[in-house]
Design a binder for this molecule. Structure first.
Ligand code: PDD
Length: 285
């Protein structure tokens, strides 16, 4: 059984509890981070903490981020649960008021802090080896997708709808252009070898993996354009892929029924996956 962390305490997962009045439960009033673990070490921990701080501040959740303290908790959980490869999930909500109320609780209500680990194989991935099939859906999320909140109902619905259609994941389309995947950033590689991914705005999550992968691309002297693209453009691309902390760089081989490239993971996506894993594994803490 896992040991999890709740508000200052390490407890067995079946003894962990939060109030039914917690605002994460009633209002999805919470932010989260998912940090990957390789060789028992955290990948890009400080990138995740920097984004956590921004999400909290955008929503005015009164939690003082102490990076060293959070690092110690992450490490303690990784060690207690013997995680060599997998993820650490961190969630901070605005806290539990004494009743359900749309108004935010008083400033002295403490945020709820929950962390748990998930052991899973990340480097060896059947999906990355065969490539993902994607179907597109309208992006019906709220328009502050740059804040990493736990309002994940719509992404969860489209991922299920994609599975019903025999696909692996969903890409979301706003005003005719792809924003991002259900839980990842989206990319295409044009026929002249340019990597295209949507520019940062309120319409997408500013992926920590995205930033690291674009750095790898620059080091490989690959051309990158940060701009929106349509599903039609993606369907005629040479390659496509997604990035996230949970799947790193993951090739895409089909979009709305159109085969991408030769229908197998493309060389640029494969190379970026290797380089990303090597560089970030070496820098893990
Ligand atoms: N999801 N876009 C969305 C909508 C996401 O939910 C995620 C991450 C990303 C990629 O961000 P990063 O590279 O920082 O992981 C982009 C996480 C992994 C999740 O919800 O499980």
């Amino acid at each position: 059984m896992r040991t999890v962390y709740v508000n200052g305490q390490y407890v067995p997962e079946n003894e962990a509890s939060v109030s039914i009045f917690d605002r994460a439960f009633l209002f999805a009033d919470a932010v989260y981070e998912v940090t990957s673990v390789l060789d028992g070490k955290l990948i890009d921990f400080h990138g995740h903490i920097t984004r956590l701080e921004r999400s909290l501040s955008e929503l005015g959740i009164n939690f003082k981020v102490d990076a060293d303290a959070l690092l110690a908790i992450h490490r303690e959980l990784v060690s207690k649960n013997n995680v060599t490869e997998g993820l650490v999930y961190l969630q901070i909500s605005r806290g539990a008021a004494s009743d359900r109320d749309f108004m935010f609780p008083a400033a002295d209500v403490a945020p709820t802090v929950v962390l748990f680990t998930q052991s899973k194989s990340l480097i060896k991935s059947a999906l990355a080896e065969r490539g993902q099939k994607i179907v597109s859906f309208a992006d019906l999320r709220w328009r502050r997708c740059d804040i990493k909140t736990v309002q994940l109902l719509y992404p969860s619905i489209v991922k299920n709808e994609a599975a019903k259609k025999g696909a692996d994941d969903a890409w979301l389309v706003l005003d005719g252009k792809v924003t991002e995947g259900s839980s990842n950033n989206s990319y295409i590689v044009t026929r002249d070898g340019t990597i295209v991914t949507r520019e940062l705005s309120h319409d997408i999550l500013h992926g920590i993996t995205r930033k690291a992968v674009l750095k790898c691309a620059a080091e490989l002297d690959l051309k990158v354009e940060e701009r929106a693209f349509t599903i039609a453009e993606a369907q005629t691309a040479q390659e496509a892929f997604t990035t996230s902390a949970s799947a790193f760089v993951c090739p895409v081989v089909e979009i709305d029924g159109a085969v991408i490239g030769d229908g197998t993971p493309g060389p640029i996506a494969k190379r970026l996956r290797e380089i990303y894993i090597d560089a970030n594994r070496a820098a893990a803490i």
